[in-house]
Ligand binder design. Structure first.
Ligand code: TRP
Length: 341
């Protein structure tokens, strides 16, 4: 295993797809961590529009959703001046490196990707080729900036493992030991898996037909309160020990969300509500969720009202991202043997 070379300075990169309905799972599982990492790392946060079109997107909605994700980053506290906020399509190097990596990654590696199997569903023949090679594009996003740390949800760990394998094979194939670092996943905090409010065994999802299943980042205080009030529960009082959450997915989910929003451990949240009714937890959770989420939604609406300002931030971010990407890509072209400067 080639260890990360010390010349790679710590650099964070992550991406969020602009597919609409940004929800509490996106916030707690990804965006909030992006904000915290800015204190300690140089960070690039990418709206991955190239990934989004692996399933068909209405073009006008794709543009609106791209701005909305950028607005969510900024509203949540990402600083686009000291760090880089951009959309993938404005940096053509992502697609260029992805092609090279398509030729490094093996079919057998991609065939193991569980997310492709889930997303392609039963009729795999009808999935886009892009959906199949999606993890190679994700590897390109990361390796293009020689990123060392990648905040992701649990569901992306397998893709990150693949990025590590691709980095290593590229380095071996082209005799460039340590050229691409081995990127590390950063999976932080409780409630990185936020589940549906209607079914504690299913992930909170942008595509769940029930609006009540998710709290979106643009929900008003009233909508947040209503969705928490209507969240599914079970007939028992809340447990006294974290271990007793086993087999109680709704209790685990609501306590997990509470803990994540309160920035405390799940066991501390369990202790706080031990033996109480769900109604007490719901009341406290609604208040906390409104305090944390509603102001971000307000700021997103303010930014969404001025799309020119968001576009200017993305253009500036893309320019700075291209400046980082170009020398790495120039090295890749040379290593592979492509002619041209
Ligand atoms: N595949 C990731 C997801 O769906 C999004 C993503 C694309 C990403 N490129 C990335 C995440 C690079 C981290 C790093 O959540």
């Amino acid at each position: 295993m080639s260890e990360q070379k010390s010349e790679h300075k710590p650099r964070v990169l992550s991406g969020v797809q602009p597919t609409g309905n940004l929800h509490l799972g996106n916030y707690l599982g990804a965006i909030r961590n992006f904000v915290a990492l800015q204190e300690s790392h140089e960070c690039l946060y990418c709206v991955v529009d190239l990934h989004a079109i692996t399933v068909f997107q209405d073009p006008a909605e794709l543009a609106a959703n791209t701005r909305e994700v950028a607005a969510a980053f900024i509203a949540a506290g990402v600083d686009p001046k000291n760090h880089i906020v951009f959309n993938q399509a404005q940096v053509p190097h992502h697609a260029e490196l992805a092609w090279v990596l398509n030729c490094v990654a093996r079919m057998g590696w991609l065939n193991r990707m569980t997310q492709f199997k889930e997303k392609a569903g039963k009729d795999r023949e009808k999935a886009s080729v892009g959906l199949y090679v999606y993890p190679n594009l994700m590897a390109a996003d990361i390796l293009l900036y020689q990123a060392t740390h990648v905040p992701v949800g649990e569901d992306q760990k397998q893709h990150l493992e693949l990025a590590r394998d691709i980095a290593q094979k590229f380095n071996n194939d082209f005799n460039a030991e340590g050229f691409f670092p081995q990127p590390e996943p950063l999976i932080q905090g409780p409630a990185t898996r936020v589940m549906s409010l209607r079914d504690g065994t299913k992930k909170m999802s942008k595509s769940d037909p029930s609006d009540l299943s998710r709290i979106t980042m643009l929900d008003s205080a009233d909508e947040i309160a209503k969705k928490i009030r209507k969240a599914k529960t079970d007939p028992d009082v809340l447990p006294a020990h974290e271990g007793a959450l086993e087999g109680r997915p709704e209790a685990a989910n609501l306590l997990g969300i509470y803990a994540a929003l309160a920035e405390q451990s799940v066991s501390a949240a369990v202790g706080q509500f031990a033996g109480q009714q769900f109604s007490a937890l719901k009341e406290a959770l609604a208040e906390l969720a409104i305090a944390k989420i509603a102001p971000i939604g307000d700021e997103m609406r303010r930014l969404n009202a001025d799309p020119g300002a968001v576009d200017a931030i993305l253009a500036d971010g893309a320019e700075r991202a291209r400046a980082l990407a170009e020398p790495v890509m120039a090295d890749v072209r040379k290593l592979v043997g492509f002619l041209g400067g």
